[in-house]
Ligand binder design. Structure first.
Ligand SMILES: *Cc1c(COP(=O)(O)O)cnc(C)c1O
Length: 381
C-alpha cells in the first residue's frame, strides 16, 4: 500500500506529463516556425481546463483554445491572461463580455462577424477575429461560396476600426489517417481561402493543424498549431511511430472489501461468471456511474497488488469485483483502472479499443460528480 489515502474514485492528473507533452509538441511546431495553441475545451478533455492551461503556459504554450465563450470566460475568471480563442456559439450568445475580456473570437458567417463587430463597437474595443473557412469537414466554418462576402465584410469592419482579423483557419477531417486524400484537398482549399483574404486586403496568420497534423504534417503547421489530445499524452497516430507522449490521467480506486468464495459461486448481477476455483475476491467501489463502461463487463482487468487481474461478472453502477485467485490482497490496496501503462496497468487507449471508441471519449467522460481529481507533478524535484 502507498502512503497516500485510499481513494474511492480518483483521477490523478499529472501536470508534469502535460508540460512534457507541450514541450514535445511545441518543439515540433517550432521546427517549422509555428507557435502553439493548446486546446483545453471540454474541461481540458476531462483533465481540468485551468490545471492544464496553467501547466501548458508554464511549458511554453503561446495561447489557448476552447470551444465555447463560457469555457473561455471561465479561464479568464480563473486568472488566465494568455491569448485565448473560442469558436462555437449558440444563437443567443453575447459577444460583448468576451470582447471586453480580450477573448479572440472565430467567425464562420457574416451574421456572427457583424454581431462581433457590434459588440466591439458597443464596448469601445477592437475585437480580435479568426475567420474560419470550411475546407471539407462540413461542420463549423464558412462554405467556400460565402467566403468572398465574409472576407469583404471583415475587411470593411477592420477599416472601420471595430475588429482586427488575426487569422484564417480551418479544421481537418482525416488528419489521423495518414495519406488520406482529403488532407491535401483541404490544404488546397485552405490556400485558396487565404489568398482571397489577402486579396481583400487582410493580413492574417494561418492555422490548420490538430494533434495528428502537428505530428505528421509539418508542411501544414503554417503560423500556429492547435494540438489537443496529444497534450494529454494520448497519441492520435500511433501507427506513425512513437512520439514520446506521456498520458496524464490515471484512474484509480482501492479495495473496499475482500472475501473468499467457494468454487461454484457466481459473481454480480445476472451471475454471468461462476468461479471454477475457490477465489479471493476484491471489491472495488467504482462502476459505470464513475465512468467504467458496463460493456467492459467480462473483458477488462485492473492493476492490483503487482499484477493485472480480471474483473469478473458485470460492472455495476457503483462496484466491480476482481478475481485475485489465491493471492492475498488487502482492503485499502490501490487499484489502477487505467493509466500511462508504465507499470503494466490498462490504458485509456486500450479501453477505447475494447469498446469500439476513441481515447478522446474515454478521458473526456471520466470526470463526474462522484469522481475526484488530484493534481500531481511527476516533474517536481
Ligand atoms: C478539438 C479541436 C482541436 C484539437 O484536436 P485534437 O485532435 O484533439 O488535437 C483543434 N482544433 C479544433 C477546431 C478543435 O475543435
Amino acid at each position: 500500500m502507498s502512503d497516500e489515502p485510499a481513494y474511492r474514485a480518483d483521477l490523478r492528473i499529472d501536470v508534469g506529463a502535460i508540460r512534457h507533452n507541450v514541450r514535445v509538441l511545441s518543439a515540433c511546431a517550432r521546427s517549422s516556425g509555428a507557435r502553439t495553441m493548446v486546446i483545453v475545451k471540454a474541461d481540458g478533455y476531462g483533465h481540468g481546463a485551468l490545471t492544464v492551461a496553467s501547466a501548458a503556459l508554464e511549458a511554453g504554450a503561446d495561447c489557448l483554445g476552447v470551444a465555447s465563450i463560457d469555457e473561455a470566460r471561465q479561464l479568464r475568471a480563473g486568472g488566465i491572461t494568455a491569448p485565448l480563442l473560442c469558436w462555437l456559439y449558440a444563437e443567443g450568445d453575447d459577444f460583448a463580455p468576451a470582447v471586453a475580456e480580450d477573448i479572440e473570437l472565430s467567425a464562420s458567417s457574416q451574421a456572427s462577424l457583424h454581431r462581433i463587430a457590434a459588440a466591439a463597437e458597443q464596448r469601445g474595443r477592437v475585437a480580435r477575429v479568426h475567420l474560419k473557412i470550411d475546407t471539407g469537414l462540413c461542420r463549423n466554418g464558412c462554405p467556400a461560396e460565402l467566403w468572398p462576402a465574409l472576407v469583404e465584410d471583415a475587411a470593411k469592419a477592420e477599416a472601420d476600426g471595430h475588429l482586427e482579423v488575426v487569422a484564417v483557419w480551418s479544421h481537418l477531417a482525416c488528419a489521423d489517417e495518414l495519406e488520406h486524400p482529403s488532407i491535401d484537398r483541404q490544404a488546397e482549399r485552405f490556400h485558396r481561402a487565404y489568398e482571397q483574404a489577402r486579396a481583400a486586403g487582410l493580413r492574417p496568420i494561418r492555422h490548420l493543424a490538430n494533434s495528428a497534423a502537428v505530428l505528421t504534417r509539418p508542411d501544414l503547421h503554417f503560423d500556429l498549431v492547435r494540438p489537443g489530445i496529444a497534450v494529454y499524452g494520448l497519441d492520435p497516430v500511433p501507427q506513425h511511430g512513437n512520439h514520446e507522449l506521456r498520458p496524464a490521467m490515471t484512474f484509480r480506486s482501492s479495495v473496499a472489501l475482500t472475501k473468499r468464495i467457494a468454487a461454484g459461486e457466481s459473481v454480480s448481477y445476472g451471475q454471468t461468471w461462476t468461479a471454477d476455483h475457490p477465489a479471493n475476491l476484491a471489491l472495488v467501489p467504482v462502476g459505470y456511474a464513475d465512468g467504467v463502461p458496463r460493456t467492459l463487463s467480462g473483458r477488462m482487468s485492473v492493476w492490483l497488488a503487482g499484477k493485472r487481474r480480471p474483473v469478473v461478472g458485470r460492472v455495476c453502477m457503483d462496484q466491480l469485483v476482481v478475481d485475485c485467485g489465491d493471492d492475498e490482497v488487502r482492503e485499502g490496496d490501490e487499484v489502477l483502472l487505467f493509466g500511462p501503462g508504465d507499470r503494466g496497468e490498462p490504458t485509456a487507449a486500450g479501453w477505447a479499443e475494447d469498446i469500439g471508441t476513441i481515447h478522446y471519449e474515454i478521458v473526456t467522460g471520466m470526470y463526474r460528480p462522484r469522481v475526484t481529481r488530484t493534481v500531481v507533478d511527476t516533474e517536481a524535484p
